[in-house]
Write a protein that binds this ligand. Structure first.
Ligand code: FE2
Length: 188
């Protein structure tokens, strides 16, 4: 007799060493933050025109770091031939006390990710909803774990399939969490 679990989704996590983190953070160029027009004042702030810009354009050290971890991610899934990708967009996020991010997805890109520049690890976990969430009226699905939370750490990078719904918990501390988000699309 056997009951197998099928259809898992891959989430990738890697935490940089302190020297690696320093090198990456030196390579990133922060700019000012603003509230996204139409979003509530209790949501996080972003760099201007976040979804139309790529803050990684000049960050060649970070781009190499990203390329390596995307390759690791694909290898871990068993994808042997890696097509080139481009960075569709990338932006910084500032999350101060009382702020959070709504449950959302990054749409039609392939891989989305976040890199934590500055966090005290208590300033709001990122959480992911299982895509099976829509089937929660099913008895078995209702009893399965429908969310996965990840506590931010300085130098942590997380990669996930872009369609996966996620959000961040309220920052209950006085620390301003700074993270960088990005979306990648593979050439087809
Ligand atoms: Fe997001």
């Amino acid at each position: 007799m056997t009951t197998e679990q099928w259809f898992p989704l891959p989430l990738y996590e890697y935490t940089c060493s302190i020297p690696e983190r320093k090198e990456l953070n030196d390579d990133l160029t922060l700019s000012e933050f603003e509230h996204r027009p139409g979003w509530g004042a209790d949501t996080h702030k972003l760099t201007p025109r976040p979804f139309e810009s790529n803050v990684l354009e000049e960050s060649h050290v970070f781009q190499q770091f990203l390329q390596y971890h995307v390759s690791q991610y694909l290898n871990n899934i068993g994808i042997e031939r890696h097509d080139p990708y481009h960075i569709h967009n990338a932006w910084f996020t500032s999350t101060t006390k009382g702020q959070y991010a709504h449950l959302h997805s990054h749409g039609s890109d392939d891989i989305s990710g976040v890199y934590y520049v500055s966090t005290n690890s208590r300033d709001g976990d990122i959480y992911f909803h299982s895509p099976h969430y829509v089937s929660e009226s099913n008895y078995m699905v209702k009893h399965m774990n429908m969310a996965r939370s990840i506590t931010p750490k300085k130098g942590l990078i997380v990669l996930w399939p872009s369609f996966l719904m996620h959000g961040t918990r309220i920052n209950e501390t006085n620390h301003n969490r700074i993270s960088m988000s990005f979306n990648l699309t593979f050439k087809r």
